[in-house]
Design a binder for this molecule. Structure first.
Ligand SMILES: [Zn+2]
Length: 318
């Protein structure tokens, strides 16, 4: 089975990806699409080798070539290109017989089978997050299941805000990186508004196959990890009991051959300790701006419109 995490940036997908990948039933590879897009640019796998030289990914390419009816490079390049939001209207509106989208669905199954063969696990997790890809999977890959991961938009915006100062006016949007110290307010407004728009697109996608989508709030995962993982396991029909045992023992979790995601993927191993997680400062004006752009969906997801608790870190001017 192909399991996909769909949602907005800074929603905790990298840690959920690593945690689920420590189950004996699920192999996680990080953000498969953005990772594959960096295969040709000499980027590294979480193991430290370049993606091209990593023995794990070499074995995946070999397994793919042995079973797939098309070339790895064609499947890779078309999958990377498609995940961009400019392909959303086509992905939503195409007929079920659309050859290009059926190809992408089949390519995803072939990626999953090749990774599962090498990992010796039945299920494969891709945490690329892009809703366009999630909708393609729901429409054109019958084997796929989707986790729609949601986080309080104020935490996501606070993460953007912290990065803005830490990296000199930094903002990333639609795969582009910007550096403009004078653009704080517009950048933060875009971050907040795109939380609403992106999650609405995810909700639209869910309507194609509601039984194959499970919505997870990152805050619930942090508050009750075992109960939430049990619910995810039941929704996806994937046994996660061994993972829950590991989590309850507080065992560090090794990070496998992860090829995309945030900086923690290169830490080697992580322990899931939500109470020690990063929480960045969010000034009051930015919290109000986020409310203004996000309140209807925040209420729908059960987030209360009251001030956030004290942060544990502050942004450093960079
Ligand atoms: Zn590797």
């Amino acid at each position: 089975m192909f399991i996909y995490i769909m949602g907005r940036p800074h929603s905790g997908s990298t840690i959920l990806d690593i945690v689920l990948g420590n189950s004996s039933a699920v192999e996680s590879v990080g953000e498969l699409v953005s990772g594959l897009g960096r295969e040709t640019t000499g980027d590294t796998c979480a193991c430290g080798a370049t993606i091209v030289d990593c023995p794990y990914w070499q074995a995946v390419r070999t397994a793919f070539a042995a079973a797939a009816p098309f070339a790895w490079e064609v499947a890779r390049d078309r999958s990377v290109r498609h995940a961009h939001v400019r392909n959303l209207p086509r992905t939503l509106g195409a007929r079920g017989s659309a050859a290009d989208l059926r190809f992408l669905g089949e390519a995803s199954s072939c990626f999953a089978r090749a990774i599962a063969t090498v990992a010796g696990k039945p299920h494969v997790l891709d945490s690329s997050k892009e809703p366009t890809r999630g909708i393609m999977l729901l429409r054109f890959c019958p084997d796929a299941r989707v986790i729609h991961l949601v986080r309080d938009p104020r935490r996501a915006v606070a993460s953007h805000y912290w990065r803005f100062y830490a990296y000199g006016g930094y903002f990333k949007f639609l795969r582009r990186k910007y550096h403009a110290r004078s653009m704080l307010v517009p950048f933060m407004f875009v971050a907040a508004a795109s939380w609403t728009l992106g999650n609405l697109i995810c909700e639209l996608g869910r309507r194609f196959a509601p039984a194959r989508v499970v919505r997870v709030r990152y805050e619930d995962l942090c508050a009750q990890p075992a109960a939430e993982l049990r619910r995810i396991g039941q929704a996806l029909d994937v046994p996660l009991d061994d993972l829950i045992d590991k989590l309850e023992r507080g065992e560090p979790m090794p990070i496998g051959h992860n090829i995309g995601g945030n900086e923690i993927r290169s830490d080697g191993r992580v322990a899931f300790r939500p109470e020690k997680g990063k929480a960045h400062d969010l000034p009051r004006w930015l919290e109000l701006l986020t409310f203004a752009a996000c309140w209807p969906l925040m209420l729908a997801y059960g987030y209360r419109l009251r001030p956030l608790e004290q942060p544990v870190s502050r942004p450093e001017p960079g």
